[in-house]
Design a protein around this ligand. Structure first.
Ligand code: 5AD
Ligand code: SF4
Length: 458
């Protein structure tokens, strides 16, 4: 979501003459868009700021020298630690949270005038989405020469009301909010018009989406996906991140019969122990998660899954951790993100006794990651020899090669025509490398001109 937010900040700033650059040293405005989810991410901000202070000192302050870099901290660290950032890094010009970046032009103007530092960590009554421009037409918000993206993110829902006891999101991103169907569709069409063939619908709790349609009726994520699936030129739809509690019948049906919806689902489970799930306030138990997976797989037998897992939640015993391993063995994931519990200020879990020692968390994480890695490798190996539809996204490093992704988000390299970029083509998977699959056009490159199947489906 921060990638999406950064792109929107670029869109907001474009009318002021700002364009993204690759090198911070060449920038007039540097925005650190930050994450507060775990301590490691949050601490990184201060080390990055230290480096920017040196850069800023070497180029002079904007208030004294036109063109000097303004430094801003955006995102959830800004939201959670606004005052603290200004105290620890007084050379920062702007601090603003994820709900106020539509006010960026005013902030920039104010600070550039020398009117002092801007701090904006409100949850404003006007939803920021109403004030954001549509994604810029081809090129304007992209760095020089960059090709518009074949895949794009689109935030449809923000915030969270679930209050898992370990999580800062409900505090930093605020309460759940769903954009209207019309607003989402307009943005989707703008993205497709500038070359996107795949959209990933984003939300902290994306399947809790409940947006108004033009007629005033409210639809869930399934209804939204069905609307977007009608857009010509849009080949693939994904969504992330979902909550197991909000996987409803309509969404399962959507996985069954909506060809543009990719058969790959990120469904965080966090733990395989009922005791821990309850302490986490997840609102479901292991049996319910299992049932949801069974129903999804019954609807879409080729569905692959990914998940998030936390090890070392306070009070997690060896038996709880074993239960997590058991669940992973049973479900089998095509990929997964796993984390050591990180005590976040202001969350209930940070105050629990029975914090798990760091060394034990490390040990559990290694054990879990070895299992998840083995599952991922086996999933990838299972692709060899198969024909898969790949959406090609860009030229690869080797001449004549292009790169794209399977329905399961696996990176693929293939010797194939550059004209395939931006479209879906069936390719045969030849081998599994450390970071990607290699593939060849179906029929082989020797069999005359490459037949380009124009099929756009999974
Ligand atoms: N400690 C460790 N991992 C966390 N996550 C969220 N909060 C914490 C925390 N305090 C993980 C969850 C979530 C993912 C985005 O980050 O697994 O699904
Ligand atoms: Fe955080 Fe997700 Fe739980 Fe919401 S549902 S509190 S975003 S982990």
């Amino acid at each position: 979501m921060n990638v999406y937010d950064s792109a929107r900040m670029a869109d907001v700033l474009a009318p002021l003459g700002y364009q993204p650059v690759d090198d911070a040293a060449a920038a007039d405005l540097i925005i650190l868009n930050t994450c507060h989810i775990r301590e490691k991410a949050a601490e990184k901000v201060y080390s990055d700021l230290g480096r920017l202070q040196l850069l800023k000192a070497s180029r002079g302050h904007a208030a004294e020298r036109a063109g000097g870099p303004l430094v801003a901290v955006a995102g959830c660290v800004a939201q959670a630690e606004g005052e603290e950032i200004l105290r620890r890094a007084p050379y920062v010009d702007m601090v603003f949270g994820p709900q106020t970046y539509h006010r960026l032009p005013e902030m920039v103007a104010r600070v550039a005038r020398g009117a002092g530092t801007a701090l904006d960590t409100e949850f404003p009554p006007e939803p920021k989405f109403d004030s954001l421009p549509l994604p810029a037409a081809v090129g304007t918000a992209l760095a020089g020469g960059e090709v518009p993206a074949v895949t794009a993110f689109l935030t449809v829902q923000e915030g969270c009301d679930k209050f898992c006891t370990f999580c800062v999101v409900p505090y930093t991103r605020g309460p759940e909010y769903s954009r209207s169907v019309a607003a989402v569709e307009a943005e989707a069409r703008a993205l497709v018009a500038r070359g996107a063939a795949e959209l990933t619908l984003l939300g902290q709790n994306v399947n809790a989406y409940h947006g108004q349609e033009e007629a005033g009726t409210v639809v869930g994520l399934a209804g939204l996906i069905r609307r977007l699936a009608r857009i010509d030129g849009l080949a693939r739809i994904r969504y992330t991140t979902s909550h197991p509690r909000d996987v409803d019948d309509a969404l399962i049906a959507c996985h069954r019969d909506e060809a543009k919806l990719m058969p790959f689902l990120h469904l965080p489970v966090q733990s395989g122990s009922d005791r821990i799930l309850s302490a986490m306030n997840r609102g479901h138990d292991v049996a319910e998660y299992r049932r949801t997976i069974d129903r999804l797989r019954a609807a879409r037998p080729d569905l692959a899954l990914s998940t998030d897992i936390i090890v070392g939640f306070p009070g997690e015993t060896d038996a709880d951790f074993e239960a997590t391993l058991d669940l992973v063995r049973e479900v089998t994931f095509a990929s997964a993100f796993s984390f050591k519990f990180s005590a976040r200020p202001g969350t209930p879990a940070a105050l629990l006794d029975a914090q798990v020692p760091e060394a034990l968390k490390d040990e559990r994480l290694q054990t879990l990651q070895a299992l998840l890695r083995a599952q991922q490798e086996s999933f990838n190996r299972g692709m060899v020899g198969r024909v898969l539809p790949v959406l090609f996204e860009r030229a690869a490093r080797h001449p004549g090669q292009i790169a794209g992704r399977t329905p399961y988000l696996q990176a693929v390299h293939a010797q194939a025509p550059a004209a395939w970029i931006g479209t879906v083509h069936d390719v045969r998977i030849l081998a599994v490398g450390p970071n990607s699959l290699t593939a060849a056009p179906v029929g082989g490159a020797e069999s005359g001109p490459l037949a380009a199947p124009e099929r756009i489906s999974a």
